[in-house]
Design a binder for this molecule. Structure first.
Ligand code: UD1
Ligand code: CA
Length: 462
C-alpha cells in the first residue's frame, strides 16, 4: 500500500497581518510549508499533495521545482472539506497522512510511529496533552480509555473543555475509508465548517482509533501569529543548538546562535555569541568562531580562528587559518593552510597560498596568490576597468609594500618586492624590486599657504 501525504495549506492566516500566505512565512530561512514538505519527503511517499487556496499562486511558485501535486480549495469550508479536495488526486487504496503547512516542526520519527500505529480500517491520530488546551479540539475517550470522538472547543461542553488531551490534527487513515467517512460529514456545528475531526467518531465505530504522541510538544505546535512564529523559531534554534552541543560543539550562549541551513561541526569547535550560519557550512575540529560572525555556504578546516565580526560567504578555508576581526571573505575565496587575513580585508575570487598574509585594510579580488606572500596594509588589486575583470598573479614569497595598487592583468614574480606606494602596471619579474614612487625632495624653510583673510589682517597691522 502506497503512502499519500496531504498537506493542508489553504487558510489565510488572518492573524499574521500579511500579504503573504501564512505557510510561506519562514523558520530558519525556510518556509513553514517547506519544513513540512521536507519532513514528508523523508517518509518516501508515493505522492505529496498540497491543498492551497488563499494566494494559491504564491504557494505554487514557492514549490514549483518540486514533485508536488497541488489541489485547489477555493473556499475554505473546513479541514474536512480541504482533505476532500485532495482525495480525487490520491492513488486508489493508498494510506493517507494528513499534515498542516502551519505546523512546521513535525519530525519523521513521530510520523513513522503514527503510520505504523494506524489500525487497518481505522485512524491513527496524533494527540498531545497540554497544560492549556484552549482553542484545540478535545480528545474524548470512553471508560476503557478508547478514543471515541473529537469535540471542537466551540462545540464543547464545560466537562469536555476540562480535558487536556488535544487533537494535533495530524492523522493517518486509509483512503477508501476516508472517502466514505468524509462523504458523511456535515457542517452542522458552531463554526459552520466541515470538520475533518468528525471522521474520528466514525472510525471509532469501525476499525478503531489509535492515538500516538510526539516526542516533543514543539513538533505539533502551530503558528497563527508572528509572535508564535518567533517563539517556534527560538524553539527550533534551541533544538539545533542542543544537537550541536551533544555532538561536541561549545556554544558560549545557545540562545544567541542561529543556524539557517545545515551546519556540520567536528568536535571541539567553539562558537561565540551572535554567530549566524546560513546554507551549508562545515567547520573542522578545534576551530573557533568569533562573536557576531556570519558564515554562509562555506567550508572551514581544523584549528582555524575566525575573529569577531567576520563575514564569510562561499569560501573554502583550510586548516590553521586566521581571519578577521572585521574581515569580509567573499565567494570564490580559497585560503590555503595557515593563511592569515586581518582586519578590514576583503577577498573575492582569490586563492591565497599556504601561509600567505594580508593583515590590514586590503582588497584582493580575482587574484592568485602563491605561498609565503606578504601583502602590506592598504594594498589593492585593481581588477576592474569599469567593464571587464582581470586577474592578478602574485607568485611565491613576493612582498607587496603597503598602499600599493596592482593594476590587473598583472603578474608579480616569485620573490619580487614592490616598494610601498607603488602603482604596478606592468609585470614584475622574479626577484626584482619594483618601485614607482617619486623620489623624495627636500625644500628648506617651506612657507605653507595662509588664508586670504589672515594675509589681509597681517597687512593692515603693518
Ligand atoms: C484544527 C482541528 C482541531 C485541532 C487543531 C490543531 C478541525 C475541525 N479542528 O482546528 O481539532 O486541535 O486543528 O491545530 O480539524 N485549512 C484549510 N482549509 C480549510 C480549513 C483549514 O486548508 O478549509 C487549514 C488551515 O490553513 C490550517 C489548518 O487547516 O493550516 C487548520 O485549520 P484551522 O481552521 O486553523 O483549524 P483549527 O480551528 O485550528
Ligand atoms: Ca489552527
Amino acid at each position: 500500500m502506497g503512502l499519500s501525504i496531504v498537506i493542508l495549506a489553504a487558510g489565510k492566516g488572518t492573524r499574521m497581518q500579511s500579504n503573504m500566505p501564512k505557510v510561506l512565512h519562514k523558520i530558519a530561512s525556510k518556509s513553514m510549508l517547506q519544513h513540512v514538505i521536507d519532513a514528508a519527503q523523508q517518509l518516501q511517499p508515493e505522492q505529496i499533495i498540497v491543498v492551497a487556496g488563499h494566494e494559491i499562486e504564491q504557494v505554487k511558485s514557492s514549490i514549483a521545482e518540486q514533485d508536488i501535486i497541488i489541489a485547489e480549495q477555493s473556499e475554505q469550508l473546513g479541514t474536512g472539506h480541504a482533505v476532500d479536495q485532495a482525495l480525487p488526486l490520491v492513488s486508489e487504496g493508498n494510506q493517507v497522512l494528513v499534515l498542516y503547512g502551519d505546523v512546521p516542526l513535525i519530525q519523521k520519527e513521530t510520523l513513522k510511529q503514527l503510520i505504523d500505529a494506524q489500525p487497518k480500517d481505522g485512524i491513527g491520530l496524533l494527540t498531545v496533552k497540554l497544560k492549556d488546551p484552549s482553542g484545540y479540539g478535545r480528545i474524548i475517550r470512553n471508560t476503557d480509555g478508547r478514543v471515541t470522538a473529537i469535540v471542537e472547543q466551540k462545540d464543547a461542553t464545560m466537562d469536555q473543555l476540562a480535558i487536556n488531551e488535544v487533537n494535533t490534527g495530524i492523522m493517518s487513515v486509509g483512503s477508501s475509508k476516508l472517502k466514505q467517512w468524509l462523504a458523511k460529514i456535515d457542517n452542522n456545528n458552531a463554526q459552520g465548517e466541515y470538520y475533518l475531526t468528525d471522521t474520528i467518531a466514525m472510525a471509532a465505530d469501525e476499525g478503531g482509533v489509535r492515538a500516538c504522541h510526539p516526542s516533543s510538544a514543539i513538533e505539533v505546535e502551530g503558528v497563527n501569529s508572528r509572535i508564535q512564529l518567533a517563539q517556534l523559531e527560538r524553539a527550533f534554534q534551541q533544538h539545533q543548538a542542543e544537537q550541536l552541543m551533544n555532538e561536541g560543539v561549545t556554544l558560549i550562549d545557545p540562545s544567541r546562535f542561529d543556524v539557517r541551513g545545515n551546519l556540520i561541526c567536528a568536535t571541539d569547535v567553539v562558537i561565540d555569541v551572535n554567530v549566524i550560519i546560513e546554507g551549508d557550512v562545515t567547520i573542522g575540529r578545534g576551530s573557533q568562531i568569533g562573536a557576531n560572525s556570519i558564515i554562509i555556504n562555506s567550508k572551514i578546516g581544523a584549528d582555524c580562528i575566525i575573529k569577531p565580526n567576520s563575514v564569510i560567504e562561499g569560501a573554502i578555508i583550510e586548516s590553521d587559518c586566521s581571519v578577521g576581526p572585521f574581515a569580509r571573505i567573499r565567494p570564490g575565496t580559497q585560503l590555503s593552510q595557515g593563511a592569515f587575513i586581518g582586519n578590514f580585508v576583503e577577498t573575492k575570487n582569490t586563492v591565497m597560498g599556504q601561509g600567505s598574509k594580508a593583515s590590514h585594510l586590503s582588497y584582493i579580488g580575482d587574484a592568485e596568490v602563491g605561498t609565503g606572500v606578504n601583502i602590506g596594509a592598504g594594498v589593492i588589486t585593481c581588477n576592474y576597468d569599469g567593464a571587464n575583470k582581470y586577474k592578478t598573479i602574485i607568485e611565491d614569497d613576493a612582498f607587496i609594500g603597503s598602499d600599493s595598487q596592482l593594476i590587473a592583468p598583472v603578474t608579480v614574480g616569485k620573490g619580487a618586492t614592490i616598494g610601498a606606494g607603488t602603482t604596478v602596471t606592468k609585470d614584475v619579474a622574479a626577484g626584482e624590486l619594483c618601485i614607482s614612487r617619486v623620489a623624495q625632495k627636500h625644500i628648506e624653510s617651506w612657507a605653507r599657504p595662509v588664508k586670504e583673510q589672515t594675509k589681509k589682517n597681517l597687512e593692515e597691522k603693518k
